[in-house]
Design a protein around this ligand. Sequence first.
Ligand code: AP5
Ligand code: MG
Length: 214
Amino acid sequence: MKIIMLGAPGAGKGTQAKMISEKYDLPHVSTGDIFRANIKNGTELGKKAKAFMDAGQLVPDELTVDLLLDRISKEDCKNGYILDGFPRTIPQAECLEKALNARGEAIDFAIDVEVPDENIVKRMGGRRACVSCGATYHVVNVPPKKEGICDKCGSDLILRDDDKPETVQKRLEVYHAQTKPLIDFYGAKGVLKEFDGTQEMSKVFADIVQVLGA
Ligand code: AP5
Ligand code: MG
C-alpha cells in the first residue's frame, strides 16, 4: 500500500503517519524528518535545507525529489510506504508519478487531514519533537512520560525552530499557495480521502482505518 499524507503544517500528518506505519507495518518516510536529521548531523544538505526551513519556505525541488525517490527505492519500501510531507508541490507530485509509472506502480491513497488555520497556530507552540526518532508530542494533548525525554528512544525533545508563531504563519501561506493544489491533483486521480483533523487523534485514526481497511 502506497500512501501520501496531505494537510497543512501541524494538521497531524506525522502523528497519523506514525500510527498507520505501526498498524500496517509500512515505513514512515518524512522528508521533514530526513532534513532535520541532516541538519542535526551537519551535512551539506542539512546546511542548505536549514535556511529554507527556518524561513518557513519550501526546500527547492531539486534538493528534495531525488532524495525521496532514492529513499523509496530502498528494500524496506518494496511493499509500500507512507509519504509524510512529500509531495508538497505539483512538480514534486509529477516527478513521483513519473517514477512510479515507470515501475508500473501508483499511489493508492492520498489522505488529507483537514484542520483550519486558526487551530494550527495553537497546536504548534505546544509541539515537542524527538531529535532522534522524530516522534511527536504535545505538552498538553500528548505529554511524554518524562518531561523533555522521548518515550520511545530516550532522546531529547525539542521545540522545532520553525514552530515560532511568525514562521508558522509563513508556512501556512506557503501551504495554501503551493501544496493545497495537490488536493485537486489527487482528487482527479480518484485516490483522495479527506478526514476531519480537528477531532481527537484516536478518532482521526479510526476514520482512516475505516478507509484503509482493518
Ligand atoms: P515537515 O516536517 O513536513 O513539517 P509540516 O508539513 O510543516 O508539518 P508538521 O510536521 O509541522 O506537522 P504535522 O502535520 O506532521 O503535524 P504533527 O503530527 O506533528 O516539514 C518541515 C519543513 O521542511 C517545511 O516547512 C519545508 O521547509 C521542508 N520540507 C519538508 N518536506 C519538503 C518537501 N517535500 N519539499 C520542500 N520542502 C520540504 O502534529 C502537530 C501537533 O499537533 C503535535 O504536537 C501533535 O501532538 C498535535 N496533534 C496532532 N493531531 C492532533 C489532534 N487530532 N488533536 C490535537 N492535537 C493534535
Ligand atoms: Mg510532521
